[in-house]
Design a protein around this ligand. Structure first.
Ligand code: ARG
Length: 459
């Protein structure tokens, strides 16, 4: 059949539905640049191995440049026979330079080609995603510094637990995201392994210099086993897991802010730029940006699961199932790019309502501090915990706030209480107790920012 690269042994036609079903060009055309880069490197290795002449190499190289320009100017005209990006580019090259184009694929297979293209493509995208991640951590640090004076309730089980600094809450996400950047760097090392020269599965019979290919394409390592090199998609799965994990962190962050932005909490006010209204209820201002960040984490997790399912149970080396690796990778890249940009925008434009955060604090959240008061008087913690609990019960009985109990009330619970117990009812003092590394005191939060800033300066 005309135009097909593998048609030689076929006499029958492909069913048109099958042709459509088999084709990946509608989405893998995004790999056009990587595909051309890979081919330009490969033709150099072919020249060095004596399989193409210097003139043929130049003709192929320049022909590929022309194909690249067509793509970049959106002038590349797809033909019905273009099954995927590899066949499309080679078909066009042949039209432009003639029969020399037929030498380009010597010893190469679409199996090592597509694996190479995907690594080249993903590598570039990972750099972009990485820089958004670093930017997000930077914005978090800036806000944490700016809002360090703001106190708010810290929650466990979504129940008010202990007073903390707003910045302490915010910075917890900087550390999650920092680990995500570290994970990204680690997976990058595994993306950065070159499969080109692995052929269809058995390797390259023309002694092409794979180290030369690696230098040309700027890969620090080559795949050392051709069976593995052509069919390893761990790197895609790892990327999808990375995005899932990162988006789970961002989903948690978004969920916190969605709660904090309700009228009931009013801790934060989302900028108009990241909110939407209701077509029915005129008063509504909805946190759609945050809801979508939360929602898209499900989508990315789904893509990860989906690839794992595809890989599970495959026999050795290339199987067409592997063509299913691409849409998820592209989609997750695009989705993550949007998520990170919106997260950066939301956090840099968010207004924090200091008064509402403070007003949400209540003396019962200092019951732990009341126990610590007794600990400082020499009472063992277990006993102090129980005595403080008795004070809470007494306040409940008297239907007053814990801080409204009289000194005499406290003394009735334990002789270790005295008039200085009133000093406990100070939220600022409360957070300032947590001076050990990692705590919520000003100094400790400042230290967190400083450590992150050192790291950021190295990025
Ligand atoms: N479009 C194919 C893919 O994405 C390219 C590799 C085809 N290889 C093959 N042996 N049919 O996986």
């Amino acid at each position: 059949e005309a135009g097909r690269l593998w048609g030689g042994r076929f006499t029958g036609k492909t069913d048109p539905v099958m042709e459509q079903f088999n084709a990946s060009i509608s989405y893998d055309k995004r790999l056009w640049k990587a595909d051309i880069q890979g081919s330009q490197a490969y033709v150099k290795a072919l020249e060095q191995a004596g399989l193409v002449s210097p003139e043929e190499r130049l003709a192929i190289h320049h022909g590929l440049e022309k194909v690249a320009i067509e793509w970049s100017e959106d002038r590349f005209v797809l033909q019905p026979s273009d099954e995927d990006i590899h066949t499309a580019n080679e078909r066009r090259l042949k039209e432009l330079i003639g029969s020399a184009a037929g030498k380009l694929h010597t010893g190469r297979s679409r199996n090592d080609q597509v694996a190479t293209d995907m690594r080249l493509w993903l590598r570039e995208q990972l750099q972009i995603l990485r820089s958004f991640m670093v930017q997000l951590i930077q914005v978090i640090c800036t806000r944490a510094q700016q809002d360090i004076h703001i106190l708010m309730p810290g929650y466990t089980h979504l129940q008010r637990a202990q007073p903390i600094r707003w910045s302490h809450w915010l910075l917890s996400y900087a550390f999650m995201l920092q680990r995500d950047v570290q994970r990204l760097d680690q997976l990058m090392d595994r993306v950065n392994v070159l499969p080109l020269g692995c052929g269809a599965l058995a390797g390259n019979p023309f002694n092409v210099d794979r180290q030369l290919l690696a230098r040309e394409l700027n890969f620090p390592a080559v795949a050392l086993n051709s069976l593995d090199g052509t069919s390893d998609r761990d790197f895609v799965a790892e990327f999808l897991f990375w995005a899932s994990m990162t988006s789970v962190h961002l989903s948690k962050w978004a969920e916190d802010l969605i709660i904090y932005s309700t009228k009931e909490f009013s801790f934060v006010l989302l900028a108009d730029a990241y909110s939407t209204g209701s077509s029915l209820m005129p008063q509504k201002k909805n946190p759609d940006s945050l809801e979508l960040i939360r929602g898209k984490s499900g989508r990315m997790y789904g893509r990860c699961t989906s690839l794992m399912m595809t890989l599970k149970g495959l026999p050795s080396t290339y199987n067409k199932d592997l063509q299913e690796d691409k849409e998820g990778m592209f989609d997750v890249c695009d989705t993550m790019t949007g998520v990170l940009q919106v997260a950066i925008g939301v956090i840099s434009t968010l207004k924090v309502n200091q008064e509402a955060c403070l007003a949400a604090l209540s003396p019962d959240m200092l019951a732990t501090d009341l126990a610590y008061f007794l600990v400082n008087k020499g009472v063992p913690f277990r006993e102090a915990h129980s005595l403080s609990g008795e004070c809470v019960a007494l306040a409940e009985k008297k239907q007053c706030k814990l801080s409204e109990l009289s000194v005499r009330d406290f003394e009735s619970v334990s002789a270790s209480f005295d008039a200085s117990v009133t000093k406990v009812w100070d939220y600022e003092n409360s957070v300032e107790q947590y001076r050990s590394i990692g705590g919520t005191s000003r100094a400790s939060v400042q230290q967190q920012i400083a450590r992150l800033q050192v790291w950021l300066a190295e990025q």
